[in-house]
Design a protein around this ligand. Structure first.
Ligand code: BGC
Length: 245
């Protein structure tokens, strides 16, 4: 089965058709850069452009960086506030003429990694973090993925943890890999104390350079980079389009 996976991010929207039986991309992903604080209407246009690029007619899964209930977007920490209360399936469905399933972006990444990536065949408790504009989190247990919002954990004086440990924080504050790795170590140590995962998967763009900062992170759990790096969101959203109930 083939579905189109789309990943909505703070700086770009990306998509590719995916073979949902193998998790493989069936074509090179199409990436469109977007400006900060893109409105829902503008995002719908970009999603339609990606669907048109692949002449897509089938199902689409869309990963969004916020809390999703059924297909309603509940939070939008790093995108336009007008997304809040939007029905994503309707918004992107009308723009593309296709059936759309919505999922949190980190949960999408978690599904991809647990099914075909770094968590394949792992049935214990796994914690996945995606490091990007924000910090996405999900837990998997017995292969079942649940979206979480640990990126908003109150940290250092009450600000959201993602303001300190995201890739965006590393870039904006011009942190060295060691400084950033040290911050990640502290944050992950706290998550370990509370959730006791056996496996921790780190994803997002920076995971491609994991050897630069993994030595700074000491964990009880096994720590591994995401196999799909920052493509997990596309693959997982595509899987969700066939699995969503
Ligand atoms: C959002 C999460 C999202 C994460 C990564 C956070 O700011 O609240 O829902 O998964 O960023 O994009």
């Amino acid at each position: 089965m083939k579905t189109l996976g789309i990943d909505i991010g703070g700086s770009a929207i990306k998509g590719a058709p995916v073979d949902t039986t193998t998790g493989k991309l069936l074509a090179e992903r199409h990436r469109i850069e977007v400006r900060k604080h893109l409105t829902p209407a503008a995002a719908a246009k970009v999603v339609a452009e990606i669907a048109a690029h692949f002449r897509w007619r089938g199902r689409i899964g869309v990963g969004f960086p916020g809390v999703i209930e059924k297909s309603t977007i509940r939070t939008s920490a790093n995108l336009h506030p007008r997304f809040v209360r939007c029905d994503g399936a309707k918004l992107f469905g009308q723009a593309t003429g296709c059936r759309v399933a919505m999922i949190n972006d980190a949960a999408a990444a978690g599904i991809a990694e647990m099914r075909f990536g770094a968590g394949r065949r792992f049935m214990g408790k796994a914690l996945l973090l995606t490091l990007g504009t924000g910090v996405g989190t999900c837990l998997a247990y017995q292969g079942v993925v649940a979206p979480l919002e640990f990126g908003h954990f109150p940290w250092k004086g009450g600000r959201d943890a993602e303001k300190f440990v995201s890739s965006a924080a590393r870039e904006n504050e011009d942190l060295s890999w060691e400084e950033w790795g040290g911050r990640l170590h502290e944050f992950i140590a706290e998550l370990e104390r509370l959730f006791w995962p056996e496996l921790i998967i780190l994803g997002g763009g920076a995971s491609a350079k994991h050897e630069r900062f993994f030595p700074c992170i000491r964990t009880r759990a096994r720590l591994v980079p995401a196999k799909f790096f920052n493509q997990a969101g596309i693959v997982g959203a595509a899987l969700w389009a066939v699995e969503a109930k």
